[in-house]
Write a protein that binds this ligand. Structure first.
Ligand SMILES: [Zn+2]
Length: 531
């Protein structure tokens, strides 16, 4: 039997933009739309033309996507005609391939929020869908609060859906707007809807308020729905929307779905999923969720020694899918619980060829254990581990020496009489027999030190120009007078590669300095800089 087509509809740019602290510029929106298109998403919902300048501009030009570029807006207001509603007019004028309307489908909302009658709500749906269909575009209706509405008054909820379908809407999208529905409820309700509207015209739009938006989306598909709406990384207001980054690989890799359905995302596009997820985080200036299913850094990480030795024999023993299918990688954590097999596997991944009976492997394991006992955390700092391993194996050149550094913190009044705290760092570095002195001001001492250290590394400067510090985390360990500080620094380079380094010391500046040094040296090693 030929697989049935399932359609993916992304609303990162519309519903996802409702997230607290997220504010997309026009440029961001265009970049994300292109990324979604490259990933093989069928529909990209861009926003709400007429509602704000960014979205109006977004729909002022034909964006020429392969995906169906969709504008979103409300059905005509109660008591107005379609020709006398500016919001509707802006929507019909938008340069979009499809128009997605939202309308109430819960009679309680119609009475209380819209203050109109059920009959007028149905007329508004019919008129608006009819007007949009007449423009020749594909039309969708988001039935707001459909599941709550169905529980309260199934006849009315179904009548809203049916009215849109009868007017020629391509998709009737059932929305769990409050996000409180459970999978078995979704499956039952969608089952009732498809008795009236064919499943290949029914979509699901789930919110994550009980952390079941993905499960609810899959339940809707099981019951017959054939369009799934969601966002990248589950972005969205409150607890977010259904996460397409989890849904896509489940549809592609789990036989229950993969055998019955096909989606627009190819196997090759699936391999770019982790990258797409991390790119969005980067644009939002957020550290990626390490524990994100499929794409998180820890999604395929194994810690305990016996698990690691089994994984080395056959990865399927502890992995539900192969990490490379989604562009992620297997990671065997090197930690104080580590056995020799973790270390061997990590060395193999790094590309360091060592005989498995080489005495230096046990030596490396001992160093890792000793250092973890005083606070280093190598499972979180893969780049520091790689440097440590290369050092034990005698493979890290001594690129440069920091002869001394000095960090000052000063609080004073600035030129306009505001109280400010500024930091100044001076670093004296010896590169190739030459002494270089750099100074930099920063918003804090670590920032100043980082800037001064990377300002002039002589012949190595070209290798570190694209280096940038993306995350900085501090933990105080032990407590009391014995307290030491652990600093984890995440860096990235111009190619988007990210790595984490660690430093430990009773002094936070010293711990930060160690982590900064590891980050720079790691970059030089990876770039193949000459000694
Ligand atoms: Zn929504």
């Amino acid at each position: 039997m030929a697989p049935e087509r399932l359609y993916l509809f992304d609303t990162t740019l519309r519903d996802g933009a409702q997230t607290n602290g997220v504010d997309f510029t026009l440029g961001d929106k265009l970049t994300i739309a292109k990324m979604l298109d490259d990933l093989g998403i069928d529909y990209v919902e861009g926003g709400y033309p007429g509602a704000n300048p960014t979205d109006t501009q977004l729909f002022a030009e034909d964006r020429k996507l392969g995906a169906t570029f969709t504008a979103f807006g409300m059905t005509r207001r109660p008591g107005r005609s379609t020709s006398n509603d500016p919001g509707l007019a802006a929507l019909l004028e938008a340069k979009a391939d499809a128009i997605c309307f939202v309308a109430k489908s819960w009679d309680y909302h119609v009475r209380v929020a819209l203050e109109t009658t059920p009959e007028e709500n149905l007329a508004s749906i019919r008129d608006s869908i009819g007007a949009a269909v007449a423009t020749g575009r594909e039309v969708l209706l988001d039935c707001e609060h459909f599941f709550d509405g169905y529980k309260a008054n199934p006849q009315f909820a179904l009548a809203c859906a049916k009215a849109a379908y009868d007017q020629g809407a391509r998709w009737i999208v059932l929305c769990d707007t409050n996000g409180g529905a459970l999978p078995h409820e979704v499956e039952t309700v969608v089952g009732e809807v498809i008795k009236l509207i064919p499943g290949d015209h029914v979509g699901i739009h789930a919110h994550n308020d009980t952390e079941q938006a993905v499960a609810n989306s899959l339940a809707a598909v099981r019951a017959g729905a054939r369009q799934i709406q969601g966002t990248l990384n589950g972005l969205g207001e409150r607890c977010g929307n259904a996460n397409l980054v989890s849904i896509i690989p489940t549809l592609k890799l789990k036989p229950e779905f993969a055998d019955r359905f096909e989606i627009g995302v190819s196997d090759a596009q699936l391999k770019s999923l982790a990258h797409a997820s991390h790119t969005l985080d980067e644009m939002l200036n957020r550290a990626p969720n390490r524990h994100a299913p499929y794409v998180g850094e820890s999604a395929f990480a194994t810690k305990a020694g016996i698990h690691a030795s089994a994984i080395m024999k056959d990865p399927a023993t502890y992995e539900h899918v192969s990490p490379d299918r989604v562009g992620n990688r297997r990671k065997l954590l090197v930690s104080d619980q580590a056995g020799k097999s973790n270390v061997l596997a990590e060395l193999e991944r790094i590309g360091l060829k060592v005989d498995k009976d080489d005495a230096r492997i046990m030596q490396l394991l001992d160093v890792v254990k000793e250092r973890e006992a005083i606070g280093y955390a190598y499972e979180a700092a893969d780049a520091s581990f790689e440097l440590l391993a290369r050092r034990v194996l005698g493979k890290v050149p001594n690129y440069f020496d920091v002869e001394k550094f000095d960090v000052n913190i000063e609080q004073r009044d600035n030129a306009v009489g505001q109280r400010v705290t500024v930091s100044l760092a001076v670093v004296k570095v010896k590169v190739d027999g030459e002494t270089l002195i750099s100074a930099a001001e920063g918003i804090g001492p670590v920032n100043a030190l980082d800037l001064a250290l990377r300002k002039d590394l002589g012949k190595y400067q070209g290798y570190i120009n694209g280096l940038e510090l993306t995350d900085y985390r501090v933990r105080i360990l032990n407590g009391g007078t014995e307290a030491v500080t652990r600093v984890l620094i995440e860096s990235q380079d111009e190619s988007g590669e990210r790595w984490t380094t660690v430093g430990v010391s009773p002094n936070i500046i010293d711990a930060s300095f160690q982590a900064l040094m590891d980050s720079i040296v790691y970059k030089l090693v990876r770039s193949g800089a000459p000694a």
